[in-house]
Design a protein around this ligand. Sequence first.
Ligand code: FMN
Length: 212
Amino acid sequence: MNRRNFIKNTIITVTGVTLAGTVLANTKIFGDNKMKILVITGSPHKKGTSALLADKFIKGAEEKGHRVFRFDSAFEELHPCIACESCKTGDKKCIYKDGMEKLNPELFDADMVVFVTPLYYFGFSSQIKMVIDRFHANNHKIINTNKKAMLLATSAAANDWTMEGLVTNYKNIVRFLGWQDSGMLLATGCPVREVIEKTDFPQKAYELGKNL
Ligand SMILES: Cc1cc2nc3c(=O)[nH]c(=O)nc-3n(C[C@H](O)[C@H](O)[C@H](O)COP(=O)(O)O)c2cc1C
């Protein structure tokens, strides 16, 4: 076999295996009750407290056979919604071409959306809130789409009211979108990684993923 034919045959074989693998994987992963899960994180700390919850949740969910797509808001090029309402007129498209173009197909397709955020002034961090506000352009594509939702959050304080504002905001978002709340993990009293590592919150996040 000359060099050109060798390369051609090799590529065909590799492609064949890849495609077969994908089909098998799809059959296995997305049969029955296996889900496509979109995890949206909101912290600028790659090794922070909420990132740990996201890691553990994803580990559990993937072990169970679910497919997870992770979108780290703080590390994407994103613009805040400027309420121009272009998305509601004309060609009905958002004026921004940014990280949302990567997120949106996953958002439309997801069976479950998991919001992971550090508590910032009693609400979502601005990084993840920016993404949620940008849902506005596609409300018509995500409302009443039978999705599940989950909230994983961390905070420094641990008063009984610390998470109240965030929880209300989350519940109203889920209610407005017609999604189904599948649970919340509120890791209060966790200002930094060293503290949360000594709690059972990471294990709880893992179990939330594993028990889906
Ligand atoms: C801008 C900012 C606002 C914060 N607001 C609150 C707050 O309202 N209540 C609270 O308990 N902790 C607050 N914190 C602390 C963080 O929620 C906490 O340190 C969290 O563990 C950080 O998560 P991360 O490591 O995933 O970034 C705030 C931190 C920052 C930077």
